[in-house]
Design a protein around this ligand. Sequence first.
Ligand SMILES: Cc1cc2nc3c(=O)[nH]c(=O)nc-3n(C[C@H](O)[C@H](O)[C@H](O)COP(=O)(O)OP(=O)(O)OC[C@H]3O[C@@H](n4cnc5c(N)ncnc54)[C@H](O)[C@@H]3O)c2cc1C
Length: 432
Amino acid sequence: MTDFSRRNFLKAVGIGGAASLASLGCAANGTATASRSARVIVVGGGSGGATAAKYLKRFSPDMDVTLIEPNATYYTCYGSNWVLGGNAEMDDIAQSYDALQSRHGVKVVQDTVMEIDPAGRTVTTSAGEAMNYDRLVMSPGIDFRYDAVPGITEADSERIPHAWKAGEQTRLLRQQLEAMPDGGIFVMVAPGNPFRCPPGPYERASMVAHYFQQEKPRSKIIILDNKEAFSKQGLFMEGWAQHYGDMIEWVASSRGGQVEEIDAANLRTISDGGFTEFKADVLNYIPPQTAGKIAKQTGLAGDGFWCPVNQLTFESTIHPGIYVIGDSSVAGAMPKSGHSANNQAKVAAAAIVRDLAGLEPLAPSTANTCYSLITPDHAISVAAVYAYQDGTIGGVEGAGGVSPMDAPASVRRQEALYTKGWYDGITADIWG
Ligand SMILES: Cc1cc2nc3c(=O)[nH]c(=O)nc-3n(C[C@H](O)[C@H](O)[C@H](O)COP(=O)(O)OP(=O)(O)OC[C@H]3O[C@@H](n4cnc5c(N)ncnc54)[C@H](O)[C@@H]3O)c2cc1C
């Protein structure tokens, strides 16, 4: 993987670390200008945005970096399934912006970006403040396509949580699971590809099963899936059979898993042209997804759901000067994950600093790792390395891999320890 340490980066960049507009020799309008620090605004303080803000300052300490994020506390989606399983608390997945401000010199503005003018290079927040930028980084995560299935609207998420953005939704789903009687049915509706965190629904089913096994062992979990196969499927199914017997039932798209309608008032799903119905005690509908609302609204997704970028730099192919990273972007073979967003942020930060210094971008090498808990002591993982080639980010053959099938309990236990280590490492890299 690319070595992003500041010393090596600055050596590669060949500058003193300060990206000033004077180094370009002229202002945007072509006139000579006195030196001023370049101003980069980052929209969204999640996995991608917080990393980008921090690494822009590390690569270029004099740069004026402002991070705009509405929430004072960010709850990681990673670990939110552990909260649902009763083996972590909300505080365990809470991240603050203190270190970004005090240790790294990022200006953090607690607000929502309402409008972006790509031609005038301004961002306007809900407080009505208009801010100019030289470069903009967007990492607004995902939005939901509640229009995909009739019978359910976004307002229903207050009773039928998606819990696909962590925080209040995680709390709500946990409360519903706690209130559910023993012998109840938990129905999860899983989206088709692509979506945030490919193994996420199946880790969720595992963690809920872990909770049910201890507190309500007669209960059942049904996963209605909008696809025919899923990430780490063999390993999940092996673990489910080993630990939970027949508590979890997975229904493939072609076998009734593709939900065609939801009777939200009665927590009922309808598929197979009306031949298959499930009545849930707790319904977890995870809708199909799209790039974050502000990215769509700015036209960064064009006519599609996700934002196309130059995969060498993550600069939008639609609006120059705007870099889209994380779940909102189209990033070749990289899955929509926190690990991916963190890596992409560093690529974009490096590309911006080089661009401001008048240098060509470097070809990035990136990675993704995803651990999933089946029980608190049984984890599985998938890892991949990616390289930029022929205009796209592709997987490097022979690098990475998945956990072996039929591994002894000691291996699964070891991976459960790595899971926690991964969480501590990545959150320290992003917000620490
Ligand atoms: C259940 C679950 C488990 C997961 N587990 C893992 C895992 O184990 N490993 C892993 O790598 N990934 C995991 N993920 C995926 C990971 O959480 C996301 O892929 C990652 O957070 C994406 O980063 P992002 O920066 O694109 O979006 P986010 O992290 O969602 O950040 C987006 C931020 O933008 C802000 N924002 C949105 N609109 C605006 C606006 N208009 N103005 C200002 N700010 C705005 C939001 O408030 C938010 O803070 C999991 C996801 C889920 C749902």
